[in-house]
Write a protein that binds this ligand. Structure first.
Ligand code: IMP
Length: 469
């Protein structure tokens, strides 16, 4: 079978990087839940600060340390590394109540949260955002389908996490109806803003839910938010200056992407995406640090595909294989508990995501989940209404029309959770890894073989991608 440099450019086929530049980033290349948290947690101790730049409590990073599972939503995974600053940048939308809950939960388990810093320019997720998110989803679910257009052309619910993410980002772009973290420390301004905003939001809800009482009480919301502001006051900072100061002082930064490249609002499978730039492209606007400062971008990739919520997923499976992968991989949402949709690895999508996010290396995760299958399938092209292509179709409606073209490889029978070096993996597992890096044109540097921090294979630098037998 032919897993080679698809476009013949040779791009990315050189020696594996050992990581270049002082600042690195870790981003998901699929639809989220690739295991970024574990990788960030492993790397965090080598950096001075870990920085979140997008998303909000829709993200769910679970990290297992010493057998204890930590589910983090807003706090950067770096918090688990002692002495490392954990920065929530301006591009994040913050639900203060959840953030405080998460901080308290970590403290109760003995994690030091004093290294947390929160941007005064991050936007606040308010109760009405969550209500709007739920209402929109309900209305979309109930939207009548036009009989004349096929269902794949009908708009349907996004399947959001209902954490108010979309409405909070929408208000950010609307400007006057937005509340930033810094506003929590300015009670008078906050009250006057919320009076106006709540009257507007109540009017909208009255229109859509006639006869129901006004859902939002500006005074109550303001009181609670002012309380949260007081609690968070010590951690609220200008993180743009902070990051530039750290950069000038020669410190190292690790950017932790939330959600994933395929969910990027501009480059993902729109409209079935989240509302931020969840690829590495969000780093600049979401942190204030120019993109050229980041030298190494690690794309995190599951050994198969999963997706939560609506939208197309060309390699989705509905059979016993899906069930087995879901159970072995514990594929249930960290944030919502929803069973994740499961499918074979989609190399067409992956190559596109690696291109958009500019990844310099791949962190492959959950390879152990695929042990025991006789055959593994990899999607290498799409059949579209206009013929076969190896280019991704990022438009959600176009993508819904493609059929995957697979190539098959032999599976590996043995459990690999105890393996710690690439050479000790079964030959079929090594060939699977090599097929991925050859197709995508980016070296696979780490391979996850289990949930714990230590269950990771690191491949040494200088291994040519796809170059091992
Ligand atoms: P939202 O971000 O809650 O608006 O959800 C938009 C879409 O992105 C939905 O399909 C969610 O399931 C998905 N999504 C958002 N964040 C994550 C994540 O961290 N992992 C997986 N899916 C996510």
């Amino acid at each position: 079978m032919q897993f080679s440099d698809q476009d013949g450019s040779g791009a990315g086929m050189g020696p594996a990087t050992a990581g270049v530049g002082r600042h690195w980033a870790v981003v998901g290349l699929q639809w989220g839940d690739e295991g970024k948290g574990k990788l960030v947690d492993r790397l965090a101790g080598r950096f001075d600060a870990v920085v979140r730049y997008n998303g909000g409590a829709n993200a769910g990073h679970s990290v297992v340390v010493g057998g204890v599972r930590y589910a983090l939503h807003l706090v950067p995974s770096g918090i688990l590394a002692p002495g490392v600053l954990a920065v929530v940048g301006n591009g994040v939308v913050v639900d203060p109540e959840r953030l405080i809950e998460e901080m308290d939960g970590l403290s109760a388990r003995g994690v030091d949260v004093s290294a947390l810093v929160l941007s005064d320019r991050a936007h606040v997720v308010l109760p009405y955002h969550k209500a709007e998110d739920a209402l929109r989803e309900e209305l979309l679910t109930a939207a009548p389908v036009d009989e004349k257009s096929p269902p794949k052309h009908a708009v349907s619910a996004i399947g959001t996490t209902r954490r108010g993410i979309g409405p909070a980002y929408a208000d950010k772009v609307q400007r006057a109806t937005a509340v930033r973290v810094g506003d929590l420390l300015r009670p008078e301004l906050l009250r006057s803003k919320l009076d106006l905003i709540c009257s507007m939001k109540n009017a909208i809800f009255r229109g859509l839910r006639p006869g129901e009482p006004d859902p939002f009480n500006a005074g109550e919301i303001a009181d609670r938010m002012i309380g949260f502001g007081e609690r968070l006051r010590p951690v609220i900072k200008d993180t743009t200056y902070l990051l530039h100061d750290l950069d000038r002082a020669g410190k190292t930064l690790l950017f932790e992407g939330a959600n994933a490249t395929m969910l990027d609002v501009d480059h993902g499978t729109f409209p079935y995406v989240t509302s931020s730039n969840a690829s590495s492209l969000g780093i600049g606007p979401g942190s204030g640090l120019p993109p050229q400062k980041v030298g190494t971008i690690i794309g995190v990739v599951k050994a198969y595909s999963t997706r939560v919520g609506g939208g197309p997923m060309p390699t989705e499976l509905f059979d016993e294989t899906a069930h087995r992968i879901r159970e072995r991989g514990r594929e249930y949402g960290t944030t919502t508990g929803r069973p994740r949709r499961v499918g074979w690895i989609d190399l067409v999508a992956l190559k596109y995501a690696a291109m958009v996010s500019g990844v310099t290396e791949i962190g492959l995760t959950l390879l152990d989940v695929l042990a025991g299958f006789d055959e593994l399938k990899l999607c290498v092209a799409y059949e579209t209404p206009d013929g076969r292509t190896d280019r991704f179709l990022p438009d959600g409606f176009d993508l819904a029309e493609v059929r995957p073209v697979y190539e098959s490889m032999a599976g590996f029978g043995d459990e690999i959770t105890g393996v710690r070096s690439f050479e000790d993996l079964p030959g079929a597992a090594r060939r699977y890894v090599e097929a991925i890096e050859a197709f995508v044109g980016v070296p696979v540097r780490t391979i996850g073989v289990g949930p714990d921090r230590v269950q990771t294979i690191e491949r040494e630098a200088g291994v040519p991608a796809g170059g091992r037998a």
